[in-house]
Every structure is written in C-alpha cells, then in structure tokens.
Design a protein around this ligand. Sequence first.
Ligand SMILES: NC(=O)c1ccc[n+]([C@@H]2O[C@H](COP(=O)([O-])OP(=O)(O)OC[C@H]3O[C@@H](n4cnc5c(N)ncnc54)[C@H](OP(=O)(O)O)[C@@H]3O)[C@@H](O)[C@H]2O)c1
Length: 323
Amino acid sequence: MAYTIVAERPGNSDVIRKLDIAMPVPNQGEVLLRHTAIGVNFLDTYFRTGLYPWSVEKNLTLGSEAAGVIEAIGPGVSGFSVGERVAYTTANGAYASHRAIGSQHLIKIPDGVSDEVAAASVLKGLTAHYLLHDSFAVNDSHTVLFHAAAGGVGMIVGQWLAAKGVRAIGTAGGAEKCALALQNGFGDMIDYRSENFVERLRELVPGGVDVVYDSVGKDTYPGSLHCLKTHGSLVTFGQASGPATDFKLSDLAAGSFHVTRPVLFHFTALPGWLQKASSELFSLIADGSIKIHVNQTYALSDAAQAHDALESRKTTGCTVLIP
Ligand SMILES: NC(=O)c1ccc[n+]([C@@H]2O[C@H](COP(=O)([O-])OP(=O)(O)OC[C@H]3O[C@@H](n4cnc5c(N)ncnc54)[C@H](OP(=O)(O)O)[C@@H]3O)[C@@H](O)[C@H]2O)c1
C-alpha cells in the first residue's frame, strides 16, 4: 500500500491528511521511487496555506525534497537502475511513501552521504549554491548579512561562506540559535528579537555590507536595505514572517541598490545546472566541509507537527520526515 500526505485545502496545519493511494506506475521517462527520507521546507508551508498557488483544486501532496530507492523503471529511462539511491527537489509531491517521478529530476546520492542528509539538503543546499554563486557571486572581499542564520538554509550558507573566507554576519531569534550559527560559519550574530539589527550591524560594519540575503520578509524589510553599502545588493528569497508588501522601486535610490527575487526552480531548469550544482554540493558534504544538521525528525504521518514546529520558530537546521 502506498500513501501521500496532502493538504485537503489551503489552511493551517489541521488541513493535513494521510491519503491511501494505489501504488504509482512509472510512465514514459519516469521511475518509481520508494522514499526513505523527506525534507521539510518553509516552502511547504507557503503551499499549505495557499500563499503559493495550487496546481490542483484539492488534496495537494506537499513536499519539495526527498531521497529514495528506485523500485521500477518506466520506458525511455536510461542511466538509472533498480536499487539505486537518488534524491530530488520539485515544487510539490514529496510527502509520500512512493512516487513516480521524471528521471530528469534525479540526482544520484554518492557513498558517504546518507539518505536523510540527502533528503535534508537537496533543496536547501542547492538554494545555498545559487544564492552564493548566481544571485550574488560572493568572494572573500565581501561582507554578508544573512537573516535566519540558524535555519535549514542558513546553517548551510554559513559553512559555505566560511569555506570561501567570506565575513558573514547572521541574525537569529534567541541566544541558543545565535550560538549555533556561530558554530556554523557565521563570524558575528545579532539576536534580532532582542536587538535592533540595523543599529548593531552598523556598529559591526559602519559602511554597510555588500549583500543582504533576506528570507524573513515583512519583519526585516526595509531594515535590510539600511544595512547595505552604496551599490549593495538585496537578495530577497522568502517571506517567513509574511510578504514585504511595502516595497517601492524608489527605495533603491537611497544607495543605487540592486535587488533580485530568485526562485530555485528557475535555476534547476537551466541546462546542466542541476547536475553540476548538486555534484559540487554533495562533494562538500561528503568531504565534511559542510555538515548537514538534521535536528528534528518526525514520522511522515506527523507532518503537521513538523509544520507547527517550523512555523513557530522552534526548529534549528534541517527537519526530516521518515515514511
Ligand atoms: N526562493 C527560493 O528559491 C527558496 C528556496 C529555499 C528556501 N527559501 C526560503 O528560505 C527561508 C529558509 O527556509 P528553510 O526551509 O531553511 O526555513 P528555516 O530557515 O529553517 O525556518 C525559517 C526561519 O525563519 C525565521 N523567522 C523569522 N520570522 C519568522 C516568523 N514570523 N515565522 C516563522 N519563522 C520566522 C525563524 O528563525 P529565527 O527564530 O531565528 O528568526 C525560522 O526558524 C524560507 O523563507 C524559505 O521560503 C527560498
């Protein structure tokens, strides 16, 4: 028997249900995966609440990253075999015991990387990859401010920036989260629940930073703009506190600022990007340069609890669901 975890309709975590389904059959170009671990992302909550639009009227299968074992191969698939361990990221559909999925999404998991680590890091690690290389190409001459530094994406970014020799300042809510981020690559931390992060940042870097990575949204914008040096860049890539609705193009005139609002799936769709970026990511994980902290694990059927923990800011690092 196979099952999926769906949001019956847009809403709070009480719309999440387990749905028994027939075992999926791989069509042309697809493989059948038995999921072994599934990553939880803030993105999943945006779909659950309806902040992001649905492709179906009801019973949306949530979930955007997972790892599993290939159980069957459909017609027209080459380069994969039954029994191989693979991971992937797609916008939805990962909260499931089994899934038929197009082979173009698959990334082979190297030896030395566990299924749980792969499931926790594909979406978040590939996001870190494009943030630091494509949205703004960071190098060791730059100073960076990164919000929500103790979160899933944040702890990967911190270690990656440290490996590049970049000065990284993070924000997080509370002393424990700040301490954790300091152990994961950030050189300075600001507790933005008890301190004014703009004032503290200006004490640390009087001239302002080269780039602010902001996934918090409403609560941090426009403070993020006030942390930039002239000609600095704002990379706004999420809205954990709600969308920043007060953005005006004229705000950028304060320092000839640049702004971009990237989405991971626009990078994974670029020819060759997914395989190149995932190979670089998994190499850094396999050789220990980047440690993936799976700090919360739930049964897949308890996905609602995982959403509650993430949305109430109780989590650090990555969260994984086990079918
Ligand atoms: N655009 C893309 O391609 C892309 C891809 C992946 C992720 N993202 C975005 O990146 C961000 C991080 O994703 P993640 O899955 O790794 O999540 P996460 O960082 O583990 O969790 C979100 C964090 O945001 C902070 N936060 C601040 N205000 C909040 C509020 N009002 N409610 C809830 N949390 C709040 C919390 O940290 P503190 O307690 O420290 O404040 C919370 O732990 C999300 O905004 C996500 O949407 C975007």
